[in-house]
Write a protein that binds this ligand. Sequence first.
Ligand code: ZN
Length: 116
Amino acid sequence: MPIGNVIRGTRVGSAPDRRAQRHQPAPCRTVTYWCRNAHRTEIRLAAEVEVPQVWDCPRCGLPAGRDAQNPPGRARPEPYKTHLAYVKERRTAEEGEAILAEALAALRRRRGRPAG
Ligand SMILES: [Zn+2]
């Protein structure tokens, strides 16, 4: 008698798949950052993840902060500085302009034109 097939058929779907119940989306939150170039960046973080204070702007690479009026990169020291940043620290803007004017004057002298 083929009674074994009948019994097997009644069991289909009788056991609930518990794994399916765990696949709910993790709770997320959206965090907004602004960089000095006023780029607005929104990232989604899992609820249990600590919100970072600084996020690298994906558009220009500058550090972006959560305060739109006070983006990071000026007040707090940065671990990475460009060569230009070091030059600006060593020289004031006025000194820089004087050096530039001097260089231009030298350039004009070499070209045989009066400075200024
Ligand atoms: Zn940016």
